[in-house]
Structure formats: C-alpha cells, structure tokens
Design a protein around this ligand. Structure first.
Ligand code: PMP
Length: 432
C-alpha cells in the first residue's frame, strides 16, 4: 500500500495526537468493506471504522438520505420534535420488549451511558455504580469512572462510588480459579468484594454483553442470568451498553435477546447511526415517570437532532431488508473457523474467541506461559496495514495484544478470505 507517513507527520504539526499514533494511511473515500486513499489504493476494513460502519462504508441508502436532505431540518432546539425522531422512537421501542418503552436520542456512547447513570441515580437515590474491570463506556468523566483504568491515570480520582468487578476472562481466570470454562466464581467473589466496599448506596451495574475493550470477553447467558439475580438482590439497576453489539453484530438485532434477561436501561450508539453520530438510551416507563417527577433534565446541544435520527431509522430498515444479523452469524462462524485454522498454524495465537462478527485473537509469547506479546501484536497490525488490511488492538501496551476483528456485517466470504490471507502473511512475516 502507498502509506503516507510523511503527510501524517506534517499533519501532526497542527493536530493533537489524541490516539497515541495516527495510522499511516490517509483515507479519501470509503465504500462497502474498503477504504481508499487519494491514489485509489484500497485497504480492507476489519474494524468498521470505529466499530460504527456496520452496513459497510457509505451504504447507498445513507448516501440517498444525504442527497435528498435538501431543506429538511438538520438541528433544532432540544424541545422541538421532528418526524425522524418520532419515527425512530416508535421503530426502536417497537423492536424491544414491552418494558423498554421510553427512549432519548443523543450523539455518543459516552452520553448514552451518562443518561442511564443519571437516571439510575435519581430513581434509586444511590450513587454507587459497578462496572467490569477493563471495560470501556466512554470518555466523559462519568463514563471514564467505570472504564478501563489505564486511560484514567493522570486525571485524578474516578467519581466517588465507582466499583469494579473482574471480567469472566476464561483464558486467564482473574481469580486464578477456573481452568478452561468459567464457573462464575469470579462473579460471586467480585460481588462480595463490591459489597465490602459499598457504603450501601447502590444505583446500577453497567455491562457490555461482550466486553470488548476488556479483551473480547463474552458474557454467557447463564452468567448474565446470575448477574441479574445478584443485581436484584442488591437493588442494582442493570444497564446493558450495546454500543458495539447492537444492530445485528452478534447475530440478533440486540445482543441481550440471546439472554433470558431484560435490562432496566439499554444504551445504543456506534452502530445505530451507521457512521453518523447517533446514540440512544432506552428505559422503562416506570423509571421515566419517576425521574420526570423528580425533575429529570438531560439537555445536550444535539439531543433529538433530526438529521442523525433519519440515519437511525434507515439503519433498522437496512438491517431488516438485508438480513444482516443472519449474515453476521453465518459469516462470523466462517471467519472464526478461518481464525481457528491460523491458531492451529501459529504458536503466537493463544486464543480465538467472541461471537458473530465481533471476534478476538490474543497474541502471546508462548502458549504455555500465556505471557502477552504486545510488540508482536503491534508488528502484525502494522504489517497487515502495509499488505492492505485495517486491524486494531483492543488493549494497550502492557495489557496484552488482542486483535478486535469487527468487519462490516455486509462483508462477503471472498472479502473474509482476503483478510485472512493477509493476516496469515503478516503473522508469517513477523514470526519468521
Ligand atoms: N461503550 C462502549 C462499549 C464503547 O465501545 C464505546 C466506544 N468505544 C463507548 C461506550 C463510548 O462511545 P463514544 O466513543 O461514542 O462516546
């Protein structure tokens, strides 16, 4: 690929280096599973942008909305409603269990979680929030407080009342108890430890159905069932953060459909706008009513913006029409099989996990010791880019290298084969 390291270096003279290092690929166009530079060189996108472009880049339906937007309202005073917002609210709640009947539309995942937390605090009267260690719920100060600790260093204390429990990381049991499959002891122990730290003012527990930043760790149905019981015993409201998992990625419209559990709050973002900044938070009529009585307010500049909402409506239409949840399941199964073949071939692949089209590949120094190999992970990622594949690593230096493989749900078998061939070549090049 024609990488643009020099141009990137020049751009850095006027840009804040907000993500450590910029990619050396400068994107000009994007369509489907590919991103193109000025010269027309393509890279295959195994990250769906920032896990948002689930329908591929620049889906024709989205482009049509853009082209036809004409004089339609883009942005309004937050108290003024519009047809796209009204339509999306009906569409979204219509797809959810009866209890989840009230929603609000925002821009980012961080905000969607902030709203859920604010409502949980107001309605319970508590302030303590439990999160899973290593998880990611956003960059705002509140969302950071129950997020991956590495990005909190240097910014003072987290919000008071934030408690962490260990993620059920089967590959490396966080309490050195299980060998292989998780028997939930980490959950029981984690909750007891949270109880010991709690001052008795619990509000909520926040979880992703698949803990992505924590290393692509799935929460299995029986684990979630027990989690819900433990929450109910303590008066903790349950928030599912489906920023990455909703809109078909795990094979169902919402990942929680695969559980026998309905959360008190559901937060959606990334995938909902298919590339545009759109997020939502959905809760029950009882919680909404109680919060309203207590003077609940959540007004950000772009709450209920009509333009982004029109993308949300289109997103559900595309998902249904193109049966993309089904495709995620089928293609995910195929992709995982191919990754497992690479696991057979290369000692440095310690584990392959995940479900649907949200998969993780963990890179280790050796399988016996399971010591993470950050440098090799980085090297493979960079080599993939040179060969034409965009990949990313979920954990930062010192925390191990886990590739997050999250291509658009529209991906074809041929594109998967190409991605796997590049990954194979990159691993071979970096390990010989
Ligand atoms: N929740 C999860 C699970 C996420 O992955 C992210 C973003 N990485 C967020 C919340 C925050 O979303 P945003 O960056 O849109 O604020």
């Amino acid at each position: 690929q024609d990488l643009n390291a020099k141009e990137v270096e020049e751009a850095q003279e006027s840009l804040i280096r907000y993500c450590g290092e910029f990619s050396s690929f400068i994107a000009e166009k994007a369509f489907g599973s590919y991103i193109y530079n000025k010269k027309g060189d393509a890279i295959l996108d195994f990250t769906s942008g920032q896990m948002c472009s689930v329908f591929g880049h620049n889906h024709p339906k989205f482009v049509e909305i853009l082209e036809k937007s004409g004089d339609k309202a883009i942005h309004l005073l937050s108290s003024i409603l519009s047809p796209p917002v009204i339509e999306l609210a009906k569409k979204l709640t219509g797809k959810l269990p009866d209890s989840l009947s009230k929603c609000i539309f925002l821009n980012t995942g961080s905000e969607s979680n902030e709203v859920a937390i604010r409502m949980a605090k107001l309605v319970t009267g508590g302030f303590e929030i439990i999160g899973f260690s290593g998880s990611w719920h956003g960059m705002t100060a509140g969302a950071q407080s129950y997020t991956y600790s590495k990005t909190r260093k240097g910014y003072g204390p987290a919000m008071s009342g934030s408690l962490m429990i260990p993620a059920p990381y089967e590959y490396r049991c966080p309490i050195a108890h299980c060998k292989g499959s998780c028997d939930h002891t980490c959950l029981e122990v984690g909750m007891k430890m949270a109880d010991q730290q709690s001052v008795g003012e619990y509000a909520a527990l926040i979880a992703e159905p698949l803990l992505s930043a924590a290393g692509m760790i799935e929460l299995k149905p029986d684990y979630v069932k027990r989690l819900k019981e433990l929450c109910e015993e303590r008066g903790l409201l349950l928030i599912f953060d489906e920023a990455q998992t909703a809109l078909g990625r795990l094979g169902t419209t919402f990942a929680f459909e695969q559980y026998d559990v309905v959360p008190d709050f559901l937060t959606l973002s990334k995938t909902l706008g298919g590339g545009l900044p759109l997020a939502a938070m959905v809760t029950t009529a009882e919680i909404e009513e109680e919060c309203h009585k207590r003077g609940f307010v959540y007004v950000t500049s772009h709450v209920s913006d009509p333009f982004c909402a029109s993308f949300g409506s289109a997103a559900f239409d595309i998902l249904d029409k193109e049966q993309l949840a089904k495709n995620a399941l089928e293609k995910g199964k195929y992709l995982k099989q191919q990754l497992l073949q690479l696991h057979e071939k290369y000692e440095c692949i310690g584990d392959v996990r995940g479900s649907g089209l949200l998969l993780g590949v963990e890179i280790v120094k050796d399988r016996e010791t399971k010591i993470p190999d950050d440098d090799l992970g980085q090297k493979i990622c960079s080599r993939c880019l040179e060969l034409g594949l965009n990949m990313n690593i979920v954990r930062m230096k010192g925390y191990g290298s886990v590739f997050r493989i999250a291509p658009p749900l529209t991906i074809s078998k041929k594109e998967i084969d190409l991605g796997i061939a590049i990954l194979d070549e990159a691993i071979r090049d970096c390990t010989k």
